[in-house]
Design a protein around this ligand. Structure first.
Ligand SMILES: [Zn+2]
Length: 500
């Protein structure tokens, strides 16, 4: 599970009434609320899940960081499992691995000239190029006031933008990086903010190489240097801010020009999504997809002097991989589905759904042929028998079928608007945002209390590790729920896309 935006407002709106009634009726007809499977089946599935988690969350896998030995071991483990279950390579005819090229950018040597003032990379100025060396010659400056109206839509192409650090807190940072500006100069009068952004720029997160070609050069100036930069333009930092705010829409295109050069420092990280395919019985009838992210945060989940720094990621997301593999094993053993079944373990979810994004940008199976996709993430949370929730509810044509399937297996569905706050924080979003019906169906996101305890506790820390007492009841329920869902949506009789 990727990190969410802080301080996001919470909305609680119950949208379950109609379905709750429908399900209550279905249960009354069925006359039985217990899940119809033998107890030893549950125990077998739970034991298989436990084994996957124990292995993948062990020290040997070193926190499953993309591009590391632990990452490669994880890819090999999943490939080995899918091969053993009888899956064919799903990334291409010969390979289970869909390469995902990642990059991490570091600050580099640079210098910048504004009139007769020069600024050199070092303590007071952090400079970072994109994928290639940055070179800007006599480019006019556009200064944006902190509350400038939509400053980045096309207006910055080939230009140099000057902004104040407040803007980065307003959520416009991504738009800024995608603005196609040649360079962005960030001014601040706050030493702590400068230190915080410096750390962020210096320890850049992974990004997709394919989406990094046009990143602007970044220049971050410390308070002293920010004032030295603003002085010839408007007398002072405050003066510059006020002048920009006075202009139409809060942006001031100046006659002053700037020149800068920054050396690129881009390190490549090679990783992969692992994809297996179980060909369907009815060729040409489309595909169903199960995905779960295999990556986690490596071995630096605590300060450097801490005894345990390993980000084991037992719940996040060895548990999701374990559920996915046990679903894959059981479906293959029972003879597969009408439709093609794809099983995908994605990379670099923790850096912003990058593996899922890479899949969506270059899918080995055409996206419109995927009739249903189920993402599995952070599932070892709730107890056995906990209600199931659906993230992505109301956004796909799958809801009716999901409700029917859960009723049929004797489960309880509890969907609330509040659960939907996770929809953009999970891999399914890379598909859902491209109109592929993708949902996350699990017990774990419906149980506010245990989920909250996890997210404010061991989440993304060294404490998210395997132990005998790890709660696997709800996750084991999730295994059987997914088998039933895939049997439904993988059947050409039971599910016809386009029919409601
Ligand atoms: Zn996570």
């Amino acid at each position: 599970m990727a990190v969410g935006q802080r301080n996001r407002g919470r909305i609680r709106m119950i949208i379950r009434t109609r379905f709750a009634l429908a399900i209550a009726a279905a249960l009354a007809l069925a006359g039985c609320a217990s899940v119809a499977r033998a107890p030893d089946e549950f125990a077998t599935a739970k034991a298989a899940l436990a084994q996957h988690i124990q292995i993948l969350a062990s020290a040997e896998y070193a926190g499953r960081e993309p591009g590391t030995e632990g990452g490669r071991k994880t890819q090999a483990y999943i490939t080995g499992a899918l091969t053993a279950y009888g899956y064919a390579p799903g990334a291409s005819d010969e390979s289970f691995a869909q390469p995902v090229d990642l990059v991490r950018l570091a600050p580099g040597e640079g210098k910048m000239a504004l009139g007769d003032r020069t600024f050199v990379s070092g303590e007071g100025a952090l400079m970072r190029a994109g994928m290639a060396d940055a070179a800007v010659v006599n480019s006019r400056l556009t200064v944006f006031a902190p509350d400038a109206k939509k400053p980045f839509e096309g207006a910055l192409r080939g230009r140099v933008a000057v902004i104040f650090s407040d803007m980065l807190y307003s959520g416009d940072a991504n738009a800024l990086l995608q603005s196609r500006a040649e360079a962005v100069i960030i001014l601040t009068d706050d030493r702590d903010i400068f230190a915080e952004f410096s750390r962020g720029v210096a320890s850049d997160r992974l990004r997709l190489a394919a989406q990094s070609n046009r990143l602007p050069a970044l220049v971050l100036l410390a308070p002293e240097e920010s004032r030295r930069f603003a002085a010839p333009l408007a007398g002072s930092l405050d003066g510059l801010r006020q002048e920009a705010a006075r202009r139409e829409a809060g942006s001031w295109r100046m006659r002053n020009t700037i020149s800068l050069e920054v050396k690129a420092d881009a390190s490549r990280v090679e990783s992969a999504n692992i994809i297996g395919k179980l060909p369907g019985r009815v060729p040409g009838s489309g595909a169903v997809l199960v995905l779960a992210h295999w990556d986690h945060l490596g071995d630096a989940c605590a300060p450097s002097d801490a005894a345990d720094r390993l980000c084991n990621g037992a719940v996040d997301n060895a548990s999701g991989i374990g559920v996915m593999l046990e679903v894959a094993r059981r479906l293959a053993a029972s003879g597969g589905l009408d439709r093609d079944l794809y099983i995908m373990a994605t990379t670099a979810e923790e850096s912003g759904l990058l593996g899922a994004e890479a899949f969506a940008l270059d899918p080995p199976v055409p996206l419109p042929t995927i009739v249903a996709a189920f993402n599995i993430d952070t599932v070892a949370i709730a107890k056995r028998g906990a209600p199931t929730t659906v993230i992505g509810w109301g956004r796909t044509p799958l809801d009716k079928g999901i409700a029917a399937v859960i009723a049929k297996i004797g489960g309880q569905l509890d969907v609330q608007e509040d659960h939907q706050r996770f929809v953009r924080r999970q891999d399914g979003w890379a598909l859902l945002s491209r109109d592929v019906p993708a949902v996350l169906v699990s017990t774990s996101f419906g149980d506010e209390e245990t989920l909250g305890a996890f997210l404010s506790g061991p989440y993304h820390g060294p404490g998210d590790e395997w132990r005998e007492t790890l709660e696997l009841g709800g996750a084991t329920d999730d295994i059987f729920t997914h088998i039933a869902l895939l049997e439904h949506f993988g059947s050409v009789e039971a599910y016809r896309p386009g029919e409601r």
